[in-house]
Design a binder for this molecule. Structure first.
Ligand code: FES
Length: 208
C-alpha cells in the first residue's frame, strides 16, 4: 500500500526550501539515523550579537519525509534565536507538515537531531556541558517503539531515571518480557547514550 503523505509534505518534498551548503557557515553537523542509516547535513549562520539564526541550509541523504522535514524545519528556525530553535521538537515539525506516516516519524527525528547537533557544535566550548535529567528525557523521547512509531516516553515505558554526579545513568523500563522489541529498545538507548561524553556508565533495568 502506498504511503499516505499530506499535501504539505508533498509540496515541501517537491520544492524543498533551504537546500544546499553554506560555504562560510558558523557551524555544521552531519547526523545519521540509527533507524534507517540515512544522513542529513545542516549548516548554520548565527548572528553573534543577537544569537539569531540568520541562515540555515541542509542536504538530505534520506527519504521524501526527511527532505520535507528538513525543508519545514529550516523555515521554522530561520530568524529564531538558538535557544528558541533548541525548543523545537520533531513532533512540532511533523505537526507543521500535517502529520507523517507512523513509519516515517524517525525521518523527522533525524532532521531535528541534525539541527540540534549543528547548534551544539556552534556553542562548542562556550556552553558549560552538563547532562541533565531533561537532556536524558529528550533523548528517550526520540526513541521510537518499532511498528507503532510512538516514543517510549509517551508510551509510559520509562518508569524512573537518575543521573549521579559521576555520570552514571540509571533507567527503569516497563517492558513486558514477552515484548519482541525489549532488547532492541535497550540497545538503542545504550547506543544513543554512549555518544554523550558526560555519560560514563549506563544501567538499564526492566521492572515488569
Ligand atoms: Fe531514512 Fe526517511 S527512511 S530518513
Amino acid at each position: 500500500m502506498p504511503l499516505q503523505y499530506s499535501e504539505i509534505v508533498l509540496e515541501h518534498f517537491r520544492n524543498p526550501r533551504n537546500v544546499g551548503i553554506i560555504e562560510d557557515a558558523d557551524a555544521m553537523a552531519i547526523e545519521g539515523s540509527p533507524a534507517c542509516g540515512d544522513q542529513i547535513v545542516v549548516y548554520l549562520k548565527v548572528d553573534k550579537e543577537t544569537k539569531k539564526i540568520t541562515d540555515i541550509k541542509f542536504q538530505s541523504f534520506g527519504c521524501a519525509s526527511n527532505i520535507a522535514t528538513g525543508s519545514m524545519l529550516t523555515e521554522m528556525v530561520k530568524g529564531k534565536t538558538i535557544d528558541e530553535a533548541l525548543r523545537i521538537t520533531w513532533k512540532d515539525v511533523a505537526e507543521a507538515l500535517g502529520g507523517l506516516p507512523p513509519v516515517k516519524m524517525h525521518c523527522s527525528v533525524l532532521a531535528v537531531d541534525g539541527l540540534k547537533s549543528a547548534i551544539k557544535n556552534y556553542l562548542g566550548e562556550k556552553r558549560e556541558e552538563k547532562f541533565t535529567k531533561e537532556d536524558l528525557v529528550n533523548i528517550l523521547s526520540k526513541i521510537l517503539y518499532p511498528n507503532l512509531s510512538i516514543d517510549i516516553v509517551s508510551l509510559k515505558m520509562v518508569n524512573y531515571i537518575n543521573i549521579n554526579e559521576k555520570g552514571k545513568v540509571y533507567i527503569e523500563l516497563v517492558v513486558s518480557p514477552e515484548d519482541p522489541f525489549r532488547n532492541h529498545i535497550k540497545e538503542e538507548i545504550e547506543e544513543k547514550l554512549k555518544k554523550v561524553p558526560e555519560v560514563k556508565e549506563i544501567e538499564i533495568k526492566f521492572v515488569y
